[in-house]
Unconditional design. Structure first.
Lengths: 580, 580
């Protein structure tokens, strides 16, 4: 037995454990969610229908002492994009699920009625309970309530009102060690899938974090020590991220002319400094109280990129405020007030919305004139009142950027495969443009984070403004990322993995020691390719072709200031990304 | 010179005539709109962007004395479906355009600003005029105003507020001989394309209706006489349609269990008799005044299926009330009050909305609980206030059924390729289901009207409840329809064309006489196939695959009362429709 699958049937309201088939021995995280979705969900299924399945899987290394291995993957057919989808999040839950011997939770079927349920998974049993009293709750109160009932060591996976209402902008929340619900598997509307199953939350009850069995403990320990050293030695993971968090990128991207501003109409934001990582860190420090930087999202994290943003009284407003969230709710909306940004971020966490899709949709609605660029108060009202209550305007925001663009007849709509683009303008960071265009997930920066070589000069340098070299860069990163997403390792370990020669071998050594196998470094590439092939095959059967591997038309014609660039990687080159 | 193209550039605000290339000699109506769109619009273009083109073309026989040849085709890449799109309408304008020697009007480019223009096409010149004073006008007032300015013999092609707002439910209105704007090229959001071009209306100024040159006048006259005889002899075109109009189908489809009721949740409507064609005719007769049946939509029509619905005072409310409109705004919304239906129909005509897409979207919103099934007053308010003013809820309706379904997280959403299904449930009328699934246009009954053989027993009988024979039926009709749509002939001539042996030869004789060519009856099939191949190739390049040639998942699982049927034509059979 290589582990268990916990199957939860929401039509029958039954739970059962079954053995993970042997073929899935080395499938974890995204590899396992994508394999199970590809094997069990018809590609033509309606994403909110009874034939879709929500799959939750910790990474292969989650629950061991491997540093930074606490990512939890959530997968399904996406109601936002229509593609296969995996989105992963930090927080404390992946390790707990893994420590219970569960390799995947598969939520299937759909209830006949409208009621919601709660799944409680303990060390001895799993059960479904009616959750009528929790229905409609925002994730903050819900997490408080569930910790009150099940203890403050519980992992909580949940949806807010947006997920209950099956809005395709809804994400799946997981909690951190303080009970904040801000660790989101945000992208692709997975919260709507969970909502469509009538599942309000999953509570994972165990105190353990590092209890997953390892076959060769000594070898594992040695490899983990080496990997930790690589993380400790890299300047991005040992200094920039802990000091400023990911929001350090605001100034960097602004400088590079690739910070999408006011719905991707400019590459620089005049007020970027006001909402930069530096400003955020300074504000948090000055205010004191519960705010802090250098926070960890799960036990065993060595990078500490997270933060808790506090208000003027020192009360925690939002944890964390990440770069992509700050950008989406800030510069992309012409908003520079950090307090507005933090409140918007908190509202996303509470109502249960993907911060990126929310910010991109807000930008589109601002372009449509529904609210004004820069009007933080109006944006707050839109999320807190309209979306929370499911008013028509709230439903429009909950439908995502592509739908909003369609409803208002706009052409400047920054989406690929229906998903809003994250915080890097592909005209000025062309490697990420290739990833947005071709990823199996729609526009997704994490699927092949070419910003590394384009901007951060990690893993070499590829000129971000030239079309040359971007396809190779994106391809290699998409393959590597698929593999990393299977391990449960935080994507930020990619910095040492790309630059420190013994980092990747130490990860392979950990996997070999844990599972008693003999992978080589070369196998990792094949492993990543297989994941992508599985996902591409699903998408192809669902109707996706190379015509969908394209950026929106306006990016080919509209020049982006300050560099005056368009996206000029030729279509034929884009079609070479998956030539393996 | 085989005719002229009138090119209207909305970026430069210029008009110019050019010779129709020889290769297009025998391209008219849909054949010409589809060929021009395929030749000149990049398949990846944004449908509301500067690279899409709106093409307006009369049929090959329009403007001659061929009976029932007044159809006007409008084509573009559709903002609703993303496919190539042709939608055609009756009314007086096709003949006028043809009599001016214009084979196609091609509207291209996109204005930099927001202002609207009016295109006036006369016998000597065409010009663009600012239309600021007409902006925001409903089509009824607009048509009155334009007839006041340009005379009551003018053809008027226009968009209402919905088209100006680029709502993808917006259609293109044309007028009838009384100046009613209810002749719609409704489907596929072509009104939004016209609106995106900043074109409020086109006025076609000529009194002529039958002035197109014919090479061999005697042969033409003889062939036209024969064709008229065939129309006069067929029981559908000589009795049922003139007496009751198309709404005669309400009772017929209800009887057959294929009248989609309350958002396709039932196949029969308990109050069908109240809104049937028979009830409509009786009401119109009883009320007197301006109401009537047996009305013609253009000079030379021999079928007279049209009607003018009058209110209790005898004032004209809406012309015409067609079956699909009455169904969409009636039974599909649980509404049986003919006065409500007629007012809703008038509002669609005035605001500039496709009645079918509007009704299907209303059905979806009723299922979502936004308004109640059967609440005609609420539906009227939604169109008259919310849509007309572009409120958030109005924008949702204006986004069509698929978007509404997505925003409200529903799975019972009756669309194919993003377009709402017309008035025949494909589970109980399986031939039309094959057409909906595979048509190049999305769910479109006119693309291959299998209702003929399934229900009306015209052109043979194919059991509507069995999957057998439906693919062949739909294929043959899709091919024949493409050819008919090129001629400018009303689709109702298909009844004699299918049943009367000399009908099709007489059409071929007319074409030969008019153009001095030697087509055979056998050529007609190849001609239809070529049109479909052109359209399929465009769609393929735009990203459509066999995965899109499918009905919504719920129709495979949810049984339709009263027959308890699902849609069970196998996918592999659907993929055989275009095996030519």
């Amino acid at each position: 037995m290589v582990g268990k699958i916990l199957r939860v049937n929401m039509r029958e309201l039954t739970v059962r454990y079954e053995d993970l088939p042997d073929k899935y021995l080395l499938f974890g995280g995204r590899a396992l969610t994508s394999a199970l979705v590809a094997d069990e969900v018809p590609p033509g299924a309606h994403a909110l229908g009874e034939n879709n399945k929500l799959v939750i899987a910790p990474g292969l290394l989650s629950g061991t002492t491997a540093p930074c291995s606490g990512r939890l993957s959530v997968g399904a057919k996406s109601p936002l994009t229509g593609t296969i989808k995996e989105s992963n999040a930090g927080g404390i839950t992946a390790q707990k699920v893994a420590c219970l011997g569960i390799r995947a939770i598969v939520v299937e079927g759909r209830p006949a009625g409208d009621g919601f349920h709660l799944l409680v998974v303990g060390e001895d049993e799993a059960k479904l309970l009616p959750a009528g009293d929790l229905t409609g709750m925002g994730c903050y109160r819900l997490n408080e309530e569930l910790w009150k009932r099940y203890g403050t060591k519980s992992g909580v996976i949940s949806v807010g009102p947006a997920g209950e209402m099956r809005m395709v902008v809804a994400g799946v929340s997981t909690n951190d060690g303080e009970g904040h619900p801000g660790r989101y598997a945000g992208r692709g509307g997975l919260g709507a899938v969970m909502g469509s199953k009538g599942l309000k939350a999953i509570v994972v009850r165990t105190d353990k974090a590092f209890d997953v069995p390892v076959k060769n403990r000594e070898a594992f320990k040695e490899a983990a020590r080496k990997f930790a050293k690589a993380i400790a030695e890299h300047p991005v993971t040992n200094a920039a991220l802990p000091a400023y968090g990911t929001a350090v990128l605001i100034n960097i991207l602004n400088e590079a002319g690739g910070l999408p501003t006011r719905n991707f109409s400019d590459g620089q934001f005049e007020a970027a400094a006001l909402c930069s990582g530096e400003a955020l860190a300074e504000t948090v420090q000055k205010r004191g109280g519960k705010g802090r930087t250098g926070h960890v999202c799960h036990p065993g994290c060595l990078i500490r990129c997270s933060n808790i943003f506090a208000d003027e009284k020192g009360e925690a407003v939002c944890a964390p405020v990440e770069y992509e969230s700050a950008w989406a709710l800030g510069p992309n909306c012409g908003i520079s007030d950090l307090d507005h940004i933090a409140v918007l971020n908190r509202l996303c966490n509470d109502v249960g919305l993907d911060t990126i899709e929310t910010g991109v949709t807000l930008g589109v609605l601002m372009e449509a004139g529904v609210l004004a660029f820069g009007d933080g108060e109006a944006a707050i009202d839109l999320l807190d009142r309209e979306v929370r209550n499911g008013t028509p305007l709230g439903r429009i925001l909950g439908g995502g950027a592509e739908a909003a663009g369609k409803l208002f007849g706009l052409t400047r709509v920054p989406t690929v495969k229906g998903q809003g683009m994250p915080a890097y303008d592909p005209r000025a960071v062309k490697g990420i443009g290739v990833t947005y265009a071709t990823s199996t997930m729609g526009a997704d920066h994490t699927a092949g984070y070419s910003v590394t070589s384009n901007i951060l000069k990690v893993g070499g340098f590829v000129d971000p403004l030239s079309p040359a070299g971007q396809v190779d860069l994106s391809r290699n990163l998409q393959i590597a990322t698929a593999a990393v997403d299977a391990t449960g390792l935080c994507l930020f370990t990619a910095f040492p993995l790309l630059d420190v020669d013994y980092a990747l071998p130490s990860v392979v050594d950990m996997l070999n020691a844990q599972y008693g196998v003999n992978l080589t470094v070369g196998d990792v590439v094949d492993y990543g390719k297989e994941i992508l092939k599985t996902e591409r095959a699903f998408n192809r059967a669902a109707g996706f072709t190379k015509a969908h591997d394209r950026l929106p038309e306006f990016m080919r014609h509209e020049k982006l200031a300050p560099h005056g660039v368009t996206f000029d990687v030729p279509d034929e080159k884009l079609d070479e990304v998956f030539n393996f």
